[in-house]
Design a protein around this ligand. Sequence first.
Ligand SMILES: *[C@@H]1O[C@H](CO)[C@@H](O)[C@H](O)[C@H]1NC(C)=O
Ligand SMILES: *[C@@H]1O[C@H](CO)[C@@H](O)[C@H](O)[C@H]1NC(C)=O
Ligand SMILES: *[C@@H]1O[C@H](CO)[C@@H](O)[C@H](O)[C@H]1NC(C)=O
Ligand SMILES: *[C@@H]1O[C@H](CO)[C@@H](O)[C@H](O)[C@H]1NC(C)=O
Ligand SMILES: *[C@@H]1O[C@H](CO)[C@@H](O)[C@H](O)[C@H]1NC(C)=O
Length: 301
Amino acid sequence: MTSKAPSSTSYLLLAPIAVLLLVFLVSSVNRSGGGSDGLGILCTRRAVAGNYTVVPEEAPNKPELSLLVGILTMPKLRERRDIVRLAYALQPPVPAYARVDVRFVFCSVTDPVDAALVSLEAAHHGDIIVLDCTENMNDGKTYAYFSSVPRLFADAPYDFVMKTDDDAYLRVPALVEELRGKPRDDVYLGWGFNMSGDPMLFMHGMGYVMSWDLVSWVATAEEILARNDTVGPEDLMLGKWVNLAGKGKNRYDLKPRMYDLNWDMDNLRPDTVLVHTLKNNRRWATVFDYFNVTQLASHLP
Ligand SMILES: *[C@@H]1O[C@H](CO)[C@@H](O)[C@H](O)[C@H]1NC(C)=O
Ligand SMILES: *[C@@H]1O[C@H](CO)[C@@H](O)[C@H](O)[C@H]1NC(C)=O
Ligand SMILES: *[C@@H]1O[C@H](CO)[C@@H](O)[C@H](O)[C@H]1NC(C)=O
Ligand SMILES: *[C@@H]1O[C@H](CO)[C@@H](O)[C@H](O)[C@H]1NC(C)=O
Ligand SMILES: *[C@@H]1O[C@H](CO)[C@@H](O)[C@H](O)[C@H]1NC(C)=O
C-alpha cells in the first residue's frame, strides 16, 4: 500500500539510523579542514537530485589526500543503500590526512514515484548524484559518471575518483593507506584483470580508482565518443580508453586484497580492501560479522 505521507511507524523505524547520521552530520559540520572524523557522507559539498548544485566548501585546508567514492546504483535499491550507508558509517575513522566523500550515483530518475522518493533521500542524506543519462550498467553510465565529475567538482577537485558498486564492501582506511604513497597523477588502481594475455591490465568493475588528471582526460577525450566506446562492459571499456591512449601508467593491482566473496563465503581475509558480490543480506551480515562491525554495534548505547 502506498500513501503520500510517511506513517509514524516508518519514522520510528528510521529513528536509529537518523540518530546515527545526525552524529556524522554534526561531526562533519565542525570539521576543521584537513582531518575528518566521519566519512563525510554528509558534508557541505553536495550534489542534489535534479540539477547539480555544488556548494563550495568554506575555507578548506587541502588534505594530503582526497578521494571521491561513487557507488553506481539504482533508485529502487533503497534497502541496499541503507545497508551500504551503514557499512560506510560504521568503519574505523578515515585517517586524519585524508578526506573521503561517498556518493550514490544514479542516472536521471524517470519513474515519478522513484523521483519523489529519491529527492527526499537526497535532501535528507545529501549523498546522491544524479547524472544526465538513462539508467543502465553497460550502456554508458560509467562514462557519464567519470565525464561529469570534473565539472561537478571543478571548484574543489579530488586527488582520486573511485567507481564501485552497491554489492561491494569497501574498507576505506585500508584503501586510503594504499593510495597515500602513490603518485597523484596517471593512476589506475584496482583488481587487475589480464585479458587474454594482454600485458596491460584493466581493472575489474568491483571497484577502481583513477587520479583526477585521468578523469579529466576522460571528460574531454572525443576519441572515446567517436569510437562509441561508452557502450559495452564498463570495466573492459574503461581499460580500453586508457590503454589505447597510453594512459594510466601508474597502474596498481590490489589482488588479492580485492576479491569476490565466494559461494561458501569462506575466503574473507583480514587485510581486505574491498570484497564484492554481496548480493543479499546474508552475505552482508557475514561480512559485518567477520570484520567485527556487529560486535562494535553491540557496544553502542
Ligand atoms: C560547532 O561550531 C559552532 C561555532 O563554532 C559551535 O557553536 C558549536 O557548538 C559547534 N558544534 C559542535 C557539535 O561542536
Ligand atoms: C534544471 O535546469 C534547467 C535548465 O537550467 C531548468 O529548466 C530546470 O527547471 C532545472 N530543474 C530542476 C529540477 O531544478
Ligand atoms: C598477462 O598474461 C600474460 C600471459 O599469461 C603474461 O605474460 C603477462 O605477464 C601478464 N601481465 C601481467 C601484467 O600480469
Ligand atoms: C556509433 O554509433 C552510431 C549510432 O549507433 C553509429 O551511427 C556510428 O556509425 C557508430 N560509430 C562507430 C565508429 O562505430
Ligand atoms: C575481530 O575480533 C576478534 C576478537 O577480538 C579478532 O581476533 C579478529 O582479528 C577481529 N577481526 C578482524 C577482521 O579485525
